[in-house]
Design a binder for this molecule. Structure first.
Ligand SMILES: *Cc1c(COP(=O)(O)O)cnc(C)c1O
Length: 393
């Protein structure tokens, strides 16, 4: 690839169609349609056979006793926090860099998000950072996993025990992985997952919570059904947040095909790693291959000697139809919200949030595409002065 091939000189994008950073898996249509048809004819469009099969398959996959499904990740997490937050406490600790709408979740319960710093290597929260935010108002720790790496989950469990404050993991980005050899899903009080179409498993829209605590699982089941008991009386304020049979069918098929998908993701990861290692100024954030990983996302670090800013790099890539995205930017403690938030001591998040780019990923990105993407970055590097004089004029 030459400088002439890239959009700012050719006015033609390198990729004809968009390469995105979302997973966007389409599981087998026939298998999905078969399960959806079964639900249709059974007449149970909510909480029927597919939802039950789905919940047991997920509990098994995560090595947990219980899995409770929801219409999406957000309401599942709201209800889990409602069930777990210490009474009469007002703050929820969460990392400053994470899913951009995560702070809304405690806000729906009138709890105040309290942001902790992230570690510059992990790109996620450490027990030390969370501990620095703990105080007599802390109701719960909502520990969201970073992308690529995994938090020290046992250390968070110890912290939770030490202060007697519940820890809930948002493990959306760590799905189907392990931490110190133990399956992710059974750490802390519970763990939350999303199956939005862009996530590891595509359920159109869906979410679920895994736990070994049967009391919690029962309470979550009640909360997702408007807080109604079997007798029909209201036990407590809940939501209509159930998963439906059609979305469960989609998720079930996705789960069945996940092993194959992870193999392909791993090939993509290797292609990025092999391509990026040859380019001065960029590096890939490495997966810990001694643990189980889903290899869903590819995160590139811009080193100090990379000639372009993060935003320039992303803008160039966008023009050539690579929808690269900044990693969890802007950090949550810098964002305006219409509810109150609190920021703990933040030393790294502001710097780290300017250094990383999420690369195109998912089922529609081929190994040839990745070769093109890394060639492209190399072309940027080799022709940097010419490109810079064009874009900064
Ligand atoms: C997507 C996501 C959520 C929310 O899940 P939805 O199903 O979209 O509501 C929560 N946490 C993280 C880390 C996410 O990526």
């Amino acid at each position: 690839m030459n400088a002439e091939d890239i959009f700012i000189f050719s006015r033609k994008p390198v990729f004809q169609t968009i390469r995105s950073t979302s997973n966007l898996v389409e599981p087998s249509f026939d298998a999905f349609f078969e399960l959806a048809t079964k639900a249709y004819h059974a007449g149970t469009l909510i909480q029927g056979g597919n939802v039950q099969a789905f919940e047991s398959a997920l509990a098994k996959a995560h090595g947990t006793d219980f899995c409770v499904s929801f219409c999406n990740g957000l309401w599942g997490m709201v209800l889990a926090i409602k069930a777990l937050a210490l009474p009469n406490k007002t703050e929820v600790i969460m990392p400053a860099m994470t899913y951009r709408r995560l702070a809304d979740i405690p806000a729906w319960l009138n709890l105040t998000p309290h942001f902790c710093d992230v570690d510059p290597e992990l790109l996620g929260p450490t027990p030390e950072a969370a501990e620095a935010c703990l105080n007599e108002r802390t109701a719960l720790m909502l520990i969201a996993q970073p992308i690529v790496k995994v938090c020290d989950m046992p250390a968070f469990e110890q912290l939770a025990k030490k202060y007697d404050i519940p820890v809930l993991f948002d493990s959306v980005e760590a799905g189907m992985g392990t931490c110190r050899g133990r399956r992710i899903g059974s750490f802390g009080e519970a763990e939350c997952f999303s199956m939005h179409a862009s996530k590891l498993i595509n359920g159109f829209e869906a979410g679920y919570i895994t736990t070994n605590n049967d009391e919690l699982a029962n309470r979550l089941r009640l909360l997702r059904e408007n807080g109604l008991c079997k007798s029909g009386s209201v036990a407590e304020l809940g939501l209509n947040a159930r998963l439906n049979e059609i979305h469960a069918a989609m998720g079930l098929v996705g789960l069945k095909e996940l092993g194959h998908q992870i193999e392909l993701n791993r090939e993509r990861y290797k292609a990025y790693r092999n391509g990026l290692v040859k380019i001065k100024g960029v590096s890939i954030v490495e997966y810990d291959e001694t643990e189980e990983r889903a290899y869903k996302n590819f995160l590139m670090k811009l080193e100090d000697d990379w000639p372009f800013t993060r935003d320039e790099t992303i803008r160039l890539m966008h023009q050539d139809n690579m929808l690269a995205r900044p990693y969890y930017y802007p950090p949550l403690h810098t964002k305006k919200t219409d509810y109150k938030t609190i920021s703990g001591p933040i030393e790294h998040a502001d710097v780290v949030s300017l250094q990383y780019i999420l690369m195109p990923s998912g089922d529609f990105v081929s190994l040839e595409d990745i070769q093109m993407i890394t060639d492209y970055l190399n072309t940027l590097r080799v022709n940097a002065s010419r490109i810079i004089s064009k874009i900064r004029q």
